[in-house]
Design a protein around this ligand. Sequence first.
Ligand code: NAD
Length: 732
Amino acid sequence: MTDFTMSTDADGVATIVWDTVGKSMNVMNQQGFLDLDALVDQALADDAIKGVIITSGKEGSFAGGMDLNIIAKMKESAGDDPARGLFEGVMSMHAVLRKIERAGMDPKTNKGGKPIACALPGTALGIGLEIPLACHRIFAADNPKAKIGLPEILVGIFPGAGGTTRLSRKLGAMGASPLLLEGKLNDPKKAKAAGVVDEVVPADELLSAAKAWVLSEPSIVKPWDEKGYKMPGGAPYHPAGFMTFVGASAMVNGKTQGVYPAAKALLSAVYEGAMVPFDTAIKIEARWFTNVLMNPSSSAMIRSLFINKEALEKGANRPDAPDQRVKKVGVIGAGMMGAGISLVSALAGIEVVLIDSTQEAADKGKSYTTAHLDKGIARKKVTAEKKDAVLGLINATTDYAALKGCDLIVEAVFEDVGVKADVTAKVQAVTGPDCIFATNTSTLPITELAKASNDAEKFIGIHFFSPVDKMLLVEIIKGKQTGDVAVAKALDFVRQIKKTPIVVNDERFFYANRCIIPYINEGIRMVKEGVAPALIENAAKLVGMPLGPLQLVDETSVDLGVKIAKATRAAMGDAYPDDEVDEVLFWMFDQERLGRKSNAGFYSYDEKGKRGGLWDGLAAQYPVADEQPDLTTVQHRLLFAQTLEAVRALEEGVLEDIREGDVGAILGWGFAPWSGGPFSWLDIIGAPYAAERCDQLTAEFGARFKTPALLREMADKGQDFYKRFSNESKAA
Ligand code: NAD
């Protein structure tokens, strides 16, 4: 069985059907390219064939993209000269696509050749759009669910099979920029409006429309193969083109802070490629693509954001237990979190009972879903029927009896042991023995809360992040007695609501909050030391953190910080290490600068709540020192504060799998995505350097930077995390 097959009809139109064996959506691999190449050769050589249609055998989709595992393997297996191996591999993909594009035309006169149309039944991503772009006309079925685009940039690479060069020549640098630089996906109609596809036709006319075009003796020479081709919007030395490229450079640097190699390389490929003939431009694209693939950041991003994220979503760490998909969920507490949890559950088709202590509060929680759906209707993404169906799944009530028949409870009431215990008992008086009880607590130990349950084996933490509908990560926390079925239930639920799970053990702040708190604290500590707040914030952003630590405090609120500090101090007693942080935090609290919610925090805000610059009043209390640290020192303090906590979480067994540590860090709190996560970052800089740097930071700034024993051992042995804790097996 091969992924590509060809048949020719009585009118001489050959149809090449792509149908990846054993997958629900087509993905391209090395063999696939060879098969496609052979069929194109055959079609071009056969005089009986007048033209070709390339389409998919999958209903509703053309292709999901390249199998990125293969790119990773290509690099590993390229031997002593991986860059050359990669470049040659990429050029061989170009050769196939260029053959399609030239379709047997005379290289000098552009005469001859056979029309090749691409017919997209639906979704066409990555190489799934790069192949169509090499064809002479792209037909897309009018399938509003389809997504068409080049999302490579989102996993740290860029479209490297000609998509970058072809799209920028087809649309101009300006038109192509959201598609290439942001990975923007469009439905077929929008893709046509943007100029990406040429025709949108009813699904049942897709092949006939493509065939009619093939038989119409169309002109098939691509504009860039014609004499005198000019790039739409102008090439770099055209006045308009000059403006575009200058703007694009600034935009890319503004958005990526220069830490994402792929965005810069992409822009270079477009810029340099725009000034030379197409075949040279393709080589330039291939060289930049190789450059990106050789960058450790790209492999780390592919590994965390594509390969491992997907593995975790598919249940890489799911215990062996029967299907635990949720049919009816009870959400207790209809506040900010409960409202969001109800929304994502109902959107996944799960029946929801949403309980609060008053009917008004329960209704308010449900109205969050109404508002979400109304927004969808306004944007034409949701129909009135869908709205009714989703709202019909949510029963907002104060009556615990409605929980009868629930197979999962997610409790999201106030963060108070007594309130939670009371609710647990009330729920379990109604639910059956098989019902799994999950708490959404962010700070209380699961094992303690489980004491209120009549069955600690069926008690678990399912920790969502706020806002629930936007945040992709869910942290599942096992209490000391949590059983496998509860873990499987939580994982199956997370899969239903299409989020990414990590499974961790029960220690203070679990994993994500445990790592983000030291980051915030390090930022505040530097304020106390007299480091310029602007340096702290910009250092964080320049190393790829989405928010500086001070802005993060403003977003999550100073009073929450004070509350957590007080609780932590109470729990740790004399061992509490953060007095200096608290001094600043408590002072801000006393000034009633609580952050965004009070329109005043480390930043200033206008009356409408728009954030302005850093608050200048801070300097009166914490003057900026005359001598400032260098940028790298500030960045290392901020990154190591998080990373060492992740290593300690691994050492202590809170984390059982470094893949979860990396994916969870990026999706949970935005840990510098270019690095692939804290463990990938340590692998990039190497354990010996990391340990040496920790020693220096410890000497200069204190014991919180002490090299963890695991890292020291790995430094001594010259190991890295991904080799030591292999992808397949769980971490020790
Ligand atoms: P919230 O104050 O917005 O909502 C709590 C809701 O619980 C309120 O509507 C309240 O009326 C209801 N409630 C209180 N006692 C009740 C009872 N006995 N029976 C029924 N309903 C009751 O709080 P929130 O921000 O949604 O947080 C809820 C839980 O989620 C807390 O445990 C919190 O730590 C956790 N959490 C919060 C966040 C966050 O960012 N806000 C993130 C992760 C986890």
